[in-house]
Write a protein that binds this ligand. Sequence first.
Ligand code: FES
Length: 251
Amino acid sequence: MADEQKPVVPSAPAAGAGPAVTTVTPAAAAAGAHAAKPAPAPRPSAAPIPDLAGKTTNAASPGGAAARTAAPAAAKAATRDPDDTSPLLTRRAWMGLAWGAFSAASAAALAATGRFMFPNVLNEPPQQFKAGFPNEYGVGVDERWKEKYGVWLVRTPEDIEQHASGFYSLSVTCTHLGCTPNYLSAENKFKCPCHGSGFRITGVNFEGPAPRPLERTRIVLAEDGQILVDKSRHFQRELGQWSDPEAFLKA
Ligand code: FES
């Protein structure tokens, strides 16, 4: 049949004839849908991969297969993709961390227990001490026990309370705010350096902010004839306690 439609094969355009015109029939378009797909671009040839001996291989070479598998693994281990969300530490690393934390906690608990077994010990001087024999003292203020035991021993020919000769022991703690006064022999008084309180050698306050006299401590004669000072018991003049027999040692 002269009118039968024949598929038209595209022909190359003749030089200078303008763009080629291709006529495709509907049947041919349906049948050749797949054939009209553009062919995939050719793959670039594999880059040479250096092997351990320094030789280069590529995918086609005999050693290329091993290099293909080893090289990406090494590269992956060396650099980490920022999008990689896999765990940062291995299981072994986690176990090491856990053991380290456990050991540190155990050591801290052990140290706390040890500290509990050895509490703070306050090394205060004993409350009682023997101050020697009465004949070792002259009249006046003796400062030999001030630093070690915190008292002055005073020998007087006549006490203002007991009206007798003998000894009394004065605490070195200022009755204002607790500083330690100094004995000023030239003025025969105790003077507190903190706020200026002054005390006579009897212990009575007479200047500055101190509200009351210095306190006396218990003083008796020990069995061996020495003076025994006992700081566990104090006597306050404003309470009438200086008249207590143990607030003064007659001698
Ligand atoms: S503490 Fe002694 S005067 Fe204030």
